[in-house]
Design a protein. Sequence first.
Length: 202
Amino acid sequence: MRSLFVTLKGSSLRFALLLTLFSTTFLSQCGKLNEIRVVGRNFEDEINLAQNLVFTFNKDIVPTSELNSWESTKFIEFIPAVAGKFKWTAPNELVFSPASGFEPATEYRAELSKELAKKTIDKRYDLSGDDVTFHTPYLQLTEAETYWTKSRETGKPLAKTKLYFNYDLSSGEIGGKLSAKSDEKKLNPSVIPTQNAPVVTV
């Protein structure tokens, strides 16, 4: 009898654990049914400096009468901030158009704002706490061209290198970040002063 009691007790414990797990999962799923979240977008982790961003939601937010009109209400908050306007192209699809593009080599985060929940046509929904992260292209050295010339001061051979980047830079921005070696001997490269340009000569 004692062994039978232990078996029954163990079965009850397993049933209670399964019931608790089911209840937690059920309540969690119910909560997600009542929240607005992004289920689609027209971009991946990296975006262009100048492009529109499209967000598709799991709920219809606005009636068809409010489609295709630009408005300044911030339905999505960008961090760091980006000036621009929004337009609904479908009851559940929102387009963001930046006023002057995105900053180069910058990481962004997009969060749903409370203004979005206020627009819902049928009922009040919660907002998903999941944010969307993306970035503009990072600064990259795309090409390096090395050649020999003659020093005007000494007449000796002088090695020069043109560095090509994917963004405009000034010589001051890159001068302190360069290092050079020759046969393990550290050199002190000098950068030819330039205004903003994608090419820097060293």
